[in-house]
Design a binder for this molecule. Sequence first.
Ligand code: ADP
Ligand code: MG
Length: 508
Amino acid sequence: MRRGAIKNVIVHACGDSLLLGQHYFGRPKCVVDIYGKSLLERTADVFGDAKFIIVCQEGMRGIIEKCIESTGVRIKHSVVESSPGCGDAMRKAVLSVPEGENIAVVWDDIFFEESIALPDMHSDYIGVTENLKCKIGYDGKGFARPEEKGSIGGIFGFFYLSRKPKYLLEGNDLVGSMLMGDIKFKPLRFCGVYSVTQIEKLKKVRELSRNARAFNRLETEGGKVLKRRHKKLWHLIFGEAEWYKYVAAKGYANIPKVYGYSPLVMEKVAGKSPHEKELTDKGREEVMEDIFDALEGLHAIERTPYFHVAEKEMLVDKTIDRINSISEIVPNNDLEYFIINGRRCRNLLNAAHSEEIAALASKVSSMDNFAVIHGDPTFSNTIVKKDGKIVFIDPRGSFGEMKVHGDPRYDFAKVYYSAIGNHESFNRGEFGLRIDGERVEVNIASEGWERTEKVFERRVGPYMREIKVMHALIWLSAAGYVLDDIESVLAAYFNGLLLFESARRIFD
Ligand SMILES: Nc1ncnc2c1ncn2[C@@H]1O[C@H](COP(=O)(O)OP(=O)(O)O)[C@@H](O)[C@H]1O
Ligand SMILES: [Mg+2]
């Protein structure tokens, strides 16, 4: 937004935060903290140096003033309290604007990820989006039900009036009054708007799944690495140490030297992860062959009987739990299909497809045996030493309820996740995502390893389809694993849906 372009912003902060739980009880949503900044501050960032009129419920003035004061946000503002019902207070706010000046009206629970660009300052606009579930839609002239054909999108809480309206209907709520009055609104489409409820939900998902990344502490000293985890994650580090102990005792050589198990102290391996190396196509193929050799060496250490329960836990239960944990973050999560990169894909959050994950996982053939596996040999957990030797770090140490042993094909699926799935560039945020109603575009930058797919075909042979099923499920699970922002969660989910659809087709 060009500074000074919008002169007045009326923030509708009359709702309460009941949906956000105890912590925000009785406080307006605009004081909620979003990644270190209150929503009000974020709104202020979007609108530059406009004058703010904050309309709130009776008795809320103090909280809002305190929020503005404590966060140090410098905005010109006034607060109008309503008593009771906020229609009158909103009218009062509109009427307080000087003649001839423009006004934006925004709801206080909206997080704008995009800047607001008005095509023409002299027209009146109503913000619409397909990104959020809205009670009311707009068909270009007036109200519509959001699901009705001709509805351009939902009204989520952004209005722009090029000048103060001549009259507002008495006793009506502001939106109704504006829409029924003589203002001719043009729709203005938004894609990057989120509701604070979605963001709060994401924060909760993150706390619950307790990402190891957030809790890990690596200390390096004198060529050694000391790895600690948060107390609550001790079982993870325990699993990791146990795994090293187990495979070292069997003489497995593709791991760092371990100096101590509690705490875990190991050799700092000199080398680079595969994706960090400058390689030709041929060089990449050679590294991939070496990774396969090293993993097959691990799998050959010991075999145990195939265990169907653990397979189901890893492929079905985990995936369903993870995607359910993010369902409220996914826009239009009630659609039966999304069109992702032009392809019709089942939305696995829709009840009509609730059996699909189990159905596809059941196509994963059983094997004669499980083996000792690593569980997470992605590129970032693989180090290629100068002499070409492969070293694996950061083992998962479990497969469902099994420790150390599991389905060896899962290891290859994790390598595939890095090499063909480009998981590392995804992790660095190198992806594009665009959501427009049912249409989604998702693209992840390439690390350049796609051609090594032929190594997979050669070496996993008949299990290639199992690898592809597991790969899709790994992406879907990743969506619910503490990712840093909504964009990553959604990109992982939609990419997972796309891969799921491809994997499903193999069996049609
Ligand atoms: N023993 C080691 N030698 C060399 N680098 C290491 C070692 N352990 C960890 N690292 C580096 O630190 C990163 C994170 O460590 P990792 O054990 O994989 O923890 P996380 O659970 O965060 O993935 C690795 O990707 C690697 O670059
Ligand atoms: Mg790691």
